[in-house]
Unconditional design. Structure first.
Length: 260
């Protein structure tokens, strides 16, 4: 094997992926496992998570795949995840903060509890997971965090203002931590997807008129797939990207570069 090929592998590494039971999260776990990483999968839905973990373990028998059900909006559950990591006595060197959600309304229509819930799920969970992961990541020369943001954190895309605010916060968290933790050997990056074909986007994309409008604003003329986001996430975890930090990479078919 050519010596440089090792820079495109994750053998011997362990990655924790949140929101890992389906969609982008599952695709990320699958991609990292295919590259040789052991994978810790976390999601709320225990049944869906166990099914996903079993499927991934069967597909990638050469790596270890473990799962824990947890609601990352809950402080005690977040702590429980890292109690689990400590009990496993493993060397965690990768964190992928993918978990997130949304309620689409006009700005004046949000109830206070809805606003708080979106921020708790999309921002505070990632913030706390990064802080809890730090003692593990700092033990490695080449540790990486990848946060899943969104094009909605960069421009208006009709997701509702709270969602856009939370994703902009994730992008800024990425920049701040990259600067704070760079000297500790921890790289922090983010990806910003546009429409990706998942269970969450299926209802909106089922509207043919709306789909046409989305495609008209996407230079590549199609909807993205979860595996395409996972590929970008995996790259940011690889030794091959060892001099990349603080970046938010659009995975958007050219949407952010669209001009009229």
């Amino acid at each position: 094997m050519h010596p440089r090929l090792a820079a495109w592998r994750l053998d011997g590494r362990t990655a924790l992926v949140t929101g890992a039971s389906k969609g982008i999260g599952y695709a990320c776990a699958r991609e990292l496992a295919a590259l040789g990483a052991d994978v810790l999968m976390v999601a709320r839905d225990e049944a869906a998570l166990e099914a996903a973990a079993q499927e991934l373990a069967e597909e990638c028998p050469e790596v270890e795949v473990l799962a824990m059900a947890a609601d990352l909006t809950d402080h005690e559950d977040r702590q429980a995840v890292f109690d689990w990591v400590n009990d496993l006595d493993i060397d965690l060197s990768i964190l992928v903060n993918n978990v997130g959600g949304n309620i689409v309304k006009t700005t004046l229509a949000y109830e206070p509890h809805e606003l708080r819930g979106i921020f708790e799920l999309n921002v505070f969970s990632a913030f706390e997971m990064c802080r809890l992961a730090y003692p593990h990541l700092v033990e490695h020369t080449h540790a990486a965090i990848v946060n899943v943001g969104s094009v909605s954190g960069i421009m208006h895309v009709r997701t509702g203002s709270p969602y856009g605010m939370t994703k902009a916060a994730i992008h800024q968290l990425t920049r701040n931590l990259a600067c704070e933790w760079g000297e500790d050997g921890i790289r922090v990056n983010a990806v910003a997807p546009w429409y990706i074909r998942t269970q969450r986007t299926d209802p909106a994309l089922a509207d043919a008129e709306y789909l046409d409008e989305v495609l008209d604003h996407t230079p590549m003329g199609r909807i993205g797939e979860p595996e395409e986001v996972a590929g970008a996430v995996a790259f940011l975890c690889l030794p091959a990207s060892s001099y990349v930090t603080g970046e938010t990479i659009g995975v958007d078919g050219g949407f952010l570069r669209y001009g009229f």
